[in-house]
Design a protein around this ligand. Structure first.
Ligand SMILES: Nc1ncnc2c1ncn2[C@@H]1O[C@H](COP(=O)(O)OP(=O)(O)O)[C@@H](O)[C@H]1O
Ligand SMILES: [Mg+2]
Length: 319
């Protein structure tokens, strides 16, 4: 197969932990050819096709000069066997435009994973609203008063912006309501921005668990990201410690239910975040943690993913 990765600049990859890199390595190991481009390398012209200036690359096995560019050339996206959208958030207007170009490429016959439409339809924090049975008490609002009322009921809460990642802009407010007014102003900017507020889930001390769901099937091991020191945030980017653990039966049930609902929408890879048994995020843009789980458990997540990709493409061969 010939696989195009739409991703962030290769030069910025930290290959010892990067999930996209681990996908490329497994794909190349199986004899697939790899190309890469940035979202801004894509374009469409009326009367033509969605094309991208792509780098055909070979992974060298070296840790610093980890890839070699064989050629740089324009190619139609439909001429690849698969296009993997692996650009990291921000989920901003440019991200959305990229999904529209990818959707146009699909109309022309390209096979894009995850589905560009599904990427737009499942904003990572708000997507939990579809599964209220699995969430801790949660409020989505622009109203400062609604947040105060929610705090008065639940006492210990977490406030978060909808467009954050890596723990950015996450605040905890306990029963004393210390700083609540100021935090609300900071996050919702006088009612201009929608925020999410949740009852604090104490199980977070055992970790914010990343469950990978690949074509509807949860991987058998998760990565618990455990907050360190005085931190409430388990994000690896916020200094959280990543510890791989077997998937619990209850978490498996939750992941299977969500996987069954979302995989048919073209979400081949989902990174579900669960604290205790509460789902807090459904990550679909470029879920990570493949390498951490594989290194600690020996379970080969990249192989599970490429198996699923190959099966997915074989199931519905293009016209
Ligand atoms: N309801 C909650 N209860 C306890 N801790 C939470 C809750 N929501 C988030 N956190 C903590 O904040 C961190 C980041 O929150 P999250 O919603 O995953 O946003 P991000 O997109 O920044 O990762 C989590 O890893 C967890 O440690
Ligand atoms: Mg998170």
């Amino acid at each position: 197969m010939h696989i195009l990765f739409v991703a962030d600049p290769l030069d910025q990859f930290k290959i010892y932990k990067d999930t996209t890199f681990s996908m490329m390595r497994e794909a190349q190991r199986r004899g697939h050819r790899i190309a890469a481009c940035l979202p801004q390398d894509m374009q469409w012209v009326s009367g033509g096709l969605v094309t991208a200036t792509v780098q055909q690359i070979t992974l060298t096995g070296d840790v610093t000069e980890w890839y070699r560019v064989d050629t740089t050339e324009p190619m139609a996206l439909k001429d690849f066997d698969a296009v993997l959208m692996r650009k990291d958030p921000p989920f901003d207007a440019e991200y959305i435009y990229a999904t529209h170009l990818l959707e146009q490429a699909e109309r022309e016959g390209a096979r894009v994973v995850n589905s560009p439409r599904a990427l737009r339809d499942h904003p990572e924090k708000l997507a939990i609203m579809e599964f209220p049975q699995f969430v801790t008490p949660t409020l989505v609002t622009r109203s400062a008063q609604a947040v105060k009322d929610f705090h008065a009921v639940h006492k210990d809460i977490i406030l978060k912006p909808l467009d954050g990642m890596g723990g950015m802009g996450i605040f905890r407010v306990k029963a004393d309501a210390l700083n609540l007014g100021s935090i609300i102003e900071t996050l919702n900017k006088d009612g201009a921005e929608t925020i999410m507020v949740q009852r604090f889930v104490p199980d977070v001390v055992e970790g914010d668990k990343r469950i990978l769901i690949i074509d509807g099937v949860p991987a058998p091991f998760v990565l618990a990201r455990i907050p360190q020191g005085t931190e409430v945030r388990g994000n690896l980017a916020a200094g959280g410690l990543g510890v791989a653990q077997p998937l619990t039966p209850r978490n498996r049930e939750i992941a299977e239910t969500i996987g069954k609902a979302l995989a048919p929408r073209g979400l081949l890879l989902i990174g579900l975040d669960v604290i205790g048994d509460a789902v807090t995020e459904i990550n679909v843009t470029s879920p990570t943690c493949f390498q951490e789980i594989t290194e600690q458990t020996g379970f080969d997540v990249p192989a599970m993913f490429i198996d699923a990709l190959e099966a997915h493409l074989a199931r519905a061969p293009r016209a």
